[in-house]
Write a protein that binds this ligand. Structure first.
Ligand SMILES: Cc1cc2nc3c(=O)[nH]c(=O)nc-3n(C[C@H](O)[C@H](O)[C@H](O)COP(=O)(O)OP(=O)(O)OC[C@H]3O[C@@H](n4cnc5c(N)ncnc54)[C@H](O)[C@@H]3O)c2cc1C
Length: 404
């Protein structure tokens, strides 16, 4: 097992350059158009698939074949440096793939994960549907029901999911539903809804503040009947787990929390990509823009802002890389994944706002990408656990108390 090091291996440096080149050559030139269209950028996904950047193999490569944990944050930072909306369109299917991998058997992973991506000639999407209109942060309040029909060996799903990335346009929907309402979050299970299953439809498609190239909508489940084998894990394992919980034995909640801690550095690295884009752009601008006869970077207040931006982005990156390394070892002590996500979200929102300030009027208009980056950044304080939920997790970890 390697010691923690910030030094990237030769392979990781190549990965970084490969993703960066795609972000620079393909994503950046298309970013404004897809932000304005507010649609999934299918041609960009096709380009990404052609080179192997959109596909389950890419995800497997950066997530599994790397004992240092550094490959995924490195790749994410570059991708989202290109554009966060398109970045999310490329990575959104990974949420479904991760949901399948977290609860599914290896046969289920082999069957369903590739279907979340399709092929380079026939691109497909995956969606992970957990949040509901009345239950976002409070995951114990989900109401979508899954009822087992023994006679037909089918599960019947009913409910409404909301804010779902790729919702209603995905080939594969992974749905979290309640199988035993008495047990709160312990009474939930995850299901795969196969392509073209009757009863699953797209509700409202949301028009968003940022990451607009990523599709977000409601998913309505109306008597959706799926085969028994679509329960992720197995019925036997689910029944055994529910029996343990009913007897008051500890459930796998600790393991589930570790899984979420593991994905947070990946999300944090996306936010850092946006922050870095805004920092680099405003640094260049400050060197060029002349006011009162001097480039504005010679004004201490502008230069100090840039110094703070560089420092904060570095701090967020260091937390993120450390969390990714700890995650590989299942060695979190004080919710370090949450710390990375909390810091990176705040830094992205703050740094993009400061970049707008450095650009002045140019920061406020769509001729420059900085206003878009600022709109994109804000989501990192909200999804994958809000700022306050990260604080809650850190507070519980450092205190060992049930902070509410
Ligand atoms: C663009 C986008 C894409 C998304 N993609 C997906 C997806 O693919 N799949 C999916 O399942 N979900 C997705 N989500 C949902 C996202 O994860 C939720 O929006 C998020 O978890 C917050 O839930 P909520 O919106 O219901 O806010 P709420 O939970 O209602 O929170 C509202 C406010 O109250 C605060 N709050 C809540 N509880 C506490 C507490 N205990 N202590 C202190 N403060 C608290 C929150 O921090 C927040 O500020 C997406 C959301 C967006 C906007």
């Amino acid at each position: 097992m390697s010691e923690f090091s910030f030094e990237l291996s030769e392979d990781q440096l190549q990965l970084q350059k490969w993703v960066h080149d795609f972000a620079e050559d393909v994503i950046r030139p298309a970013a404004q158009e897809w932000d304005q269209r507010e649609e999934t950028p299918w041609p960009i996904l096709a380009e990404a698939a052609k080179i192997g950047l959109y596909g389950w193999e890419f995800l497997a490569e950066i997530m599994m074949n790397d004992e240092t944990g550094q490959s995924s944050p490195v790749a994410m930072e570059e991708l989202f440096w290109g554009d966060a909306g398109i970045g999310m369109a490329i990575m959104g299917s990974g949420l479904a793939a991760a949901g399948i991998a977290a609860s599914g058997t290896s046969e289920q992973v082999m069957e369903w994960v590739p279907q979340c991506y399709g092929t380079a000639d026939d691109i497909k999407l995956g969606a992970f549907a957990a949040s509901e209109p009345d239950a976002g942060s409070d995951v114990s309040a989900y109401r979508t029901r899954a009822v087992y029909d023994e006679a037909s060996d089918e599960w019947v799903l009913n409910g409404t999911k909301t804010w779902i990335t790729n919702g209603g346009i995905a080939e594969i929907h992974v749905v979290v539903a309640v199988v035993d309402p008495e047990l709160g979050s312990a009474g939930q299970a995850s299901f795969v809804v196969p392509p073209a299953t009757p009863g699953l439809s797209m509700g409202q498609k949301f028009s968003k503040h940022g990451i607009r190239a990523s599709h977000t909508s409601e998913v309505v489940l109306d008597d959706v009947r799926i085969p028994g084998r679509c329960l992720l894990g197995s019925k036997e394992r689910l029944d055994a787990r529910l029996a343990r919980v009913r007897e008051g034995q500890p459930n796998d909640r600790q393991a589930a929390m570790q899984t979420f801690e593991n994905t947070r550095p990946i999300v944090a690295a996306q936010a850092i990509g946006i922050a870095r884009a805004a920092y680099e752009y405003s640094l260049d601008y400050a060197k060029e823009r002349v006011a009162f006869g001097q480039p504005i970077i010679t004004k201490q207040s502008i230069a100090f802002t840039l110094a703070d931006m560089a420092t904060e982005i570095d701090a967020a990156r260091l937390l993120t890389r450390r969390a990714a390394w700890l995650g590989k070892r299942r060695a979190f002590v004080n919710a370090e994944g949450s710390m990375a996500k909390l810091k990176a979200g705040r830094v992205a929102t703050w740094a993009t706002e400061r970049a707008m300030q450095i650009l002045g009027g140019a920061g406020y208009v769509t001729d420059h990408p900085v206003e878009r980056w600022h709109r994109d950044a804000k989501i990192y304080d909200i999804f994958e656990g809000t700022e306050q939920i990260q604080q809650l997790l850190i507070a519980r970890a450092i205190s060992g108390m049930r902070v509410e």
